[in-house]
Structure formats: structure tokens, C-alpha cells
Design a protein around this ligand. Sequence first.
Ligand code: ZN
Ligand code: ZN
Length: 206
Amino acid sequence: MGEAGEAVRSEARGEYGGLIPVRPATSKLVVCLRGHRLDLDLYDKLKPYSHRYRLHGTLCEVCRAQEACEPAARRLTEWAHLDVTVQHPTGTAPGNGLVLVAHPPAAGTLAGRIELRLDGTLVGAVTASLCAGCRTATLDYVHVAAEYRRLGFGRTLVAAAVARAPSYRWTAPLPDGPVAQSFRARMAMRRPGQRCVHAGAVDSPR
Ligand SMILES: [Zn+2]
Ligand SMILES: [Zn+2]
């Protein structure tokens, strides 16, 4: 295995400050991150609290036993839940833990931005253009800082964007590069069709 393999394995050992994965909070939590059923009362349900993120989470006992036997396995036993409908206005966001901060579109544009911050540090962001006239939305851009990837931050940001207009028809362009395309291909979103007429109207005064 080359350097890439080494990097994957050192990440799997949790050398990123013990950060656990994050998922958008959902009431219908049925399986763990490895697909083990959580709804059959096979094991006690543990509800850990992440002091790092200041978020509640879930722990899978099956994964815990499996990872104890396989130290090189990715750490998926425990994950934290972030309520993506809680998006703080900039300036009033808590300075500790993992939080979403929303910047509404600037005057004359349709593109809003949502940031993910850990202890006040920007770790990821998503920009999306929403049109109330067409009831459509386009996910323009998702970015997660390199040292915070493979933790679910990207999909949490996408869920935060969609939570702003869940009834809209969402689209997303095809990004460059295999990593971005792998992420993109997991989203149930078509590519954008023709440009929205309202976006043109907004742009024209410039
Ligand atoms: Zn599990
Ligand atoms: Zn429109």
C-alpha cells in the first residue's frame, strides 16, 4: 500500500483529535453507520454526549465490539446528531462546539451561505441559490476543510441547505475531481436545467 493507504489508516485510528462522525439529527434513526439495526432492542441503547461538539449522539454496541477486534477499522461506533434546522445568525452563534451559521443572500443575489464552525473555526461551508418564484434551489458549492473530511460534515451541510427549503426542487452541478464527484453522486439531486429567469432578472442591473 502506498502513501494514500497509510493516510487512510492513520485517519481510521482517530488521530484527528478524537473527532467522531456527525449526522443530521433525525427522529427515525433505524440503523447505525454500518447498517446495524438500532430498533430491535438487541442491545442497550447508549446515548453519549460529545463534549467536543457539544452535541448528543448515539453509540452502536455491535460496532464497539467489532472495532475493539479491528483497531484499523474506521471509527464509526459513535456519532453525534446535529439539528440542521438550528442555524444561527452570524454574530450570535455560540463560540463553542459544532454549530451552523447562516448568511442570507446579499441584496440582489439568490445565493445564501451556511457555515459549519467548530469552536468558532470555519470547518466547512455550503452555498445554495434559492428561487421562491420557481420553487427551485441549486446547491452551488460544498466545501469541507481537508483535515475534517470523512466525518459527515459535507452531508450535514447539504442537509442544512435543504432544510431551508425542503419542498423546493433541488439540483446540483457535477463538480470536478473524483473525490467531489463521489460525494456528489450520493446526493439524490439532478443537474440544473436551464437557468432560472429570476436569476437573470437579478443579475441584469449590474
Ligand atoms: Zn453498528
Ligand atoms: Zn426563478
